[in-house]
Design a protein around this ligand. Structure first.
Ligand code: RNT
Ligand code: ZN
Length: 421
């Protein structure tokens, strides 16, 4: 797209929004502060570097066999750098514990330490980005029976507690060295395929393990602890130990961040509606933005209603500084760089859309019971020139505008991805 055209379109858009009392420049400034955390695991279908050919466990499933996935740390770094070069604004990277630099040695999960992630920290420092972290409580022989930190086998439970403790230590070190707190997000697959009779003991064990894991305190400027619930997974259809009620209870009692993955609820449940309630009880939230198609399928995020409602709710609650935004999906059936760029841009669009809402007008309508007017204005906003504002944001950030990024990704595929074995 021609630069003058983009600028002209932006000028028109700015005027149009200004008529409704909305300042587009201010909205872009706020958007710029949302550093979306890119999940490293879309680069390689959640394989990691312990053994890239190991089977994915924990009820997670990638489908597809698109060529070019990252098989080494250098490839992953190169892919993420490419992704970031195609995105306006600044991002973070969220690593899973299996993505350490193990130098070809077998380092079991209860043995990992900062040294295995120092290379990542150095790289992040060079790029000027923050890192987030995730214990990997799946794809491991000791997770095969479906239970990790809620296991009734004491040895197994202890193993996973140790893994989680080490992850917090690593996360805190990332936060310390990088000068931006690392969100360490705990998600465990623990659950039962068929109807259990003793849910209570498993949940009691989960609570006990979390207490042990969190027994060491780290400064908030280094580490933020987050816990992620799930309704069901493949092989845990009848019960997930870490349910929504469990983690909301635990999170409120212990002031932990609650992670809301919008693929982890009943399909008709609106995750957006949970935000205002949780924000009254915990300091911060973490988002795993994803797209479930009929189930928790983790399709690439698109600019759909669900994502828009979530972003709107956060902005309407004036809580941008209390919500850590991350992505979580893994589609192996398409160019993985493209998957990141499409998904991250969709999330950015959702936040921009939310920031361009004429909130003062809408609130006034609501307070005066002008419900037709409120509904009409929300409908009218749907066809406002949001794209023109986002294009301008891309131009300002020197990244490909609109469809121009498609060709850039195709070129990277030709030059880099297609040459990988
Ligand atoms: C699984 C959770 C979890 C994982 C990642 C890989 O259902 O969403 O966040 O996707 O840890
Ligand atoms: Zn998730």
């Amino acid at each position: 797209m021609k630069n003058e055209k983009i600028l002209r379109a932006y000028e028109d858009a700015r005027e149009e929004y200004a008529k409704l009392g909305v300042d587009t420049d201010a909205a872009l400034e706020k958007l710029d502060k949302i550093n979306i955390s890119l999940h490293c695991w879309q680069t390689d279908d959640v394989a990691g570097f312990e053994n890239p050919d190991a089977a994915l466990g924990g009820g997670l499933q990638t489908t597809g066999n698109y060529p070019g996935k990252a098989r080494t740390i250098d490839q992953l770094k190169s892919d993420i750098e490419k992704v970031m070069s195609l995105l306006p604004g600044k991002q973070r990277l969220s690593l899973h514990a299996i993505y350490g630099d193990f130098k070809g040695k077998k380092v079991d999960r209860d043995q990992i330490d900062v040294e295995h992630f120092q290379g990542w920290i150095d790289w992040a420092l060079k790029l000027g980005i923050g890192l987030d972290f995730n214990p990997t409580c799946f794809s491991h022989p000791l997770a095969e029976d479906g239970y990790t930190i809620s296991s009734k086998n004491e040895e197994t439970r202890k193993f996973w507690v140790e893994h989680n403790k080490r992850c917090r230590k690593i996360g805190a070190e990332m936060g310390k060295q990088l000068g931006t707190p690392c969100v360490n997000n705990i998600w465990v697959p623990d659950g039962s395929k068929d109807i259990p009779v003793d849910r209570y003991t498993y949940r009691e064990l989960l609570m006990k393990s979390l207490d042990e894991i969190f027994s060491i305190e780290y400064p908030k400027e280094y580490l933020k602890d987050s816990i992620e619930c799930k309704l069901f997974g493949l092989g845990s259809e009848a019960m997930v130990v870490g349910s929504s009620e469990f983690y909301i209870g635990y999170g409120i009692k212990n002031n932990k961040l609650i992670t809301l993955d919008n693929g982890h609820f009943h399909p008709t449940e609106q995750v957006a509606d949970k935000i205002s309630s949780l924000l009254l009880y915990v300091d911060e939230l973490m988002l795993h933005m994803t797209r479930g198609v009929r189930w928790d399928s983790d399709h690439v995020v698109i600019y759909n209603d669900e994502i828009q409602y979530i972003a709107q709710e956060i902005v309407r609650c004036n809580a941008l500084d209390r919500v850590n935004v991350g992505l979580d999906y893994f589609d192996a059936s398409l160019n993985r760089i493209g998957a990141y760029v499409v998904g991250t841009r969709a999330a950015q669009l959702a936040f921009l859309n939310a920031l361009l809402e004429p909130l003062a007008i809408l609130k006034k309508y609501e307070e005066n019971n002008n419900y037709f007017e409120r509904l009409a204005m929300m409908e009218i906003m749907k066809t406002k020139p949001l794209g023109a504002v986002y294009n301008y944001y891309c131009l300002k950030n020197n990244v490909a505008v609109a469809e121009d990024y498609i060709a850039e990704i195709q070129a990277y595929e030709k030059e880099v991805l297609s040459k990988r074995q």
